[in-house]
Design a protein around this ligand. Structure first.
Ligand SMILES: Nc1ncnc2c1ncn2[C@@H]1O[C@H](COP(=O)(O)OP(=O)(O)O)[C@@H](O)[C@H]1O
Ligand SMILES: [Mg+2]
Length: 299
C-alpha cells in the first residue's frame, strides 16, 4: 500500500514538472508575441537616435548678461547666443539625462511651424541644457499668459488666428501619436514673424504616447491639490478614471481659450471653449473639428 502511494506521488510530481515546464515555455512565447504586437501597434515607439550634443563653449551670454526668461520647478530658461543666433536655453535641475533626451527627441521628431525648433542638448555635464530657437516679440519672450495680463495685442481676428494656429499645431502633435499633457497659457510663446503674430507651443517635458498613456490613481489629498494648483489637468485624469488622451489636451486647450475670453468678449471663441471643457471627455470636440469651426468662422 505504502509502496503504491509512493509510486503515485512520484508520478504526480513528474507530471507536475512536465506541466510547469510547458507552462513556462508558453509564458515565454506569449510574452515574446505580446512584445511583437506592441511594437506593431505603436510604430512611433521606434528606436530613438541620441540628440545632438552641443559644445557648451559655443553658448555665449547675450549682451554679457544672463538673461532669464522663465523659471519653473525643474529649472530655468535663459536667452543666449549660439553660433551667432539668439536661442532659448532650458537649464534643468535635478533631472536625469534620460528625461532631457526624451524631451529633446520628442521635439526633434516633430516638424511644424507651431512647435519649437531644437538645436541640441548638453548632457555631458551638469547643468543639463536643451537649446532651441528663441521666439519673441521685439526681442522679448511673451507667453499667451503674459500677453493677456499685459493687455498686449490685438483684437478678435488676431486672437482667433492665434487659437487657430495653436489648434493646427496640437492636431499635428496628435496625428503623430503624441499628447502634450501640459497645455497652458505659460507654455505657448508668441513670435512676431513678418508682421504676423504666430504662437509656438513649448515645454515637452510631460509628453506621452497616445497608445501607452496610463491611468493614475491619486490620493484624495493629491486630487484636491491638482484641482486647486493644476487646473489645466482634465477632471477625469485627476479622478483617475481615464488615462491622459487627446481629449484631455482639448480640455486644457479649452481653458486657454476661456482665459482669452476672460479678457476679451469674443463670442466665437467662448462657444468653442465651452465645448472643449465638457466634463465628459467623449463629448469634447477633436482638434480637427475645432479647426473646421474656426476656419468656417473666419470665412
Ligand atoms: N523657445 C523659447 N522662446 C522664448 N521663450 C521661451 C522658450 N522656451 C521657453 N521660454 C520661456 O521660458 C519659460 C519656461 O520654459 P518651459 O519650457 O515652459 O520650462 P518649465 O518646464 O520650467 O515650465 C516659458 O514659460 C517661456 O516664458
Ligand atoms: Mg512650462
Amino acid at each position: 500500500m505504502v509502496k503504491r502511494l509512493e509510486e503515485q506521488r512520484r508520478d504526480i510530481t513528474k507530471k507536475l514538472e512536465i506541466t510547469t515546464k510547458h507552462a513556462n515555455s508558453n509564458k515565454r512565447k506569449a510574452v515574446h508575441f505580446w512584445k511583437l504586437w506592441r511594437q506593431q501597434q505603436a510604430p512611433q515607439n521606434k528606436i530613438r537616435r541620441e540628440p545632438r550634443q552641443i559644445e557648451r563653449d559655443n553658448l555665449k551670454k547675450c549682451r554679457s548678461t544672463d538673461e532669464l526668461i522663465g523659471e519653473g520647478r525643474f529649472g530655468c530658461c535663459k536667452k543666449m547666443m549660439y553660433r551667432g543666433r539668439v536661442v532659448a536655453v532650458k537649464h534643468f535641475k535635478d533631472c536625469s539625462d534620460k528625461a532631457v533626451h526624451n524631451e529633446a527627441a520628442t521635439i526633434s521628431e516633430l516638424d511644424h511651424p507651431g512647435l519649437p525648433f531644437i538645436f541640441g542638448v548638453c548632457t555631458k555635464q551638469q547643468p543639463f541644457l536643451l537649446v532651441m530657437e528663441y521666439y519673441g516679440i521685439n526681442g522679448t519672450s511673451v507667453t499667451i499668459a503674459r500677453a493677456l495680463k499685459g493687455k498686449m495685442l490685438f483684437g478678435q481676428p488676431e486672437w482667433t488666428d492665434v487659437v487657430l494656429q495653436c489648434s493646427k499645431a496640437i492636431a499635428y502633435l496628435h496625428s503623430k501619436g503624441k499628447i502634450h499633457c501640459d497645455l497652458k497659457a505659460d507654455n505657448i510663446v508668441l513670435q512676431d514673424s513678418d508682421g504676423v503674430t504666430r504662437p509656438v507651443i513649448i515645454d515637452f517635458g510631460k509628453v506621452k504616447d497616445i497608445t501607452t498613456a496610463k491611468t493614475k490613481k491619486l490620493s484624495l489629498v493629491d486630487q484636491e491639490f491638482y484641482r486647486k494648483r493644476h487646473k489645466h489637468i482634465a477632471p477625469e485624469i485627476v479622478r483617475g478614471t481615464h488615462p491622459p488622451s487627446t481629449a484631455s489636451d482639448v480640455y486644457a486647450f479649452g481653458l486657454i481659450i476661456s482665459l482669452i475670453c476672460h479678457y476679451y468678449k469674443f463670442e466665437n471663441l467662448r462657444r468653442i471653449a465651452v465645448q472643449c471643457i465638457h466634463g465628459t471627455p467623449e463629448k469634447r470636440p477633436s482638434m480637427d473639428a475645432i479647426i473646421t469651426t474656426l476656419d468656417n468662422n473666419s470665412v
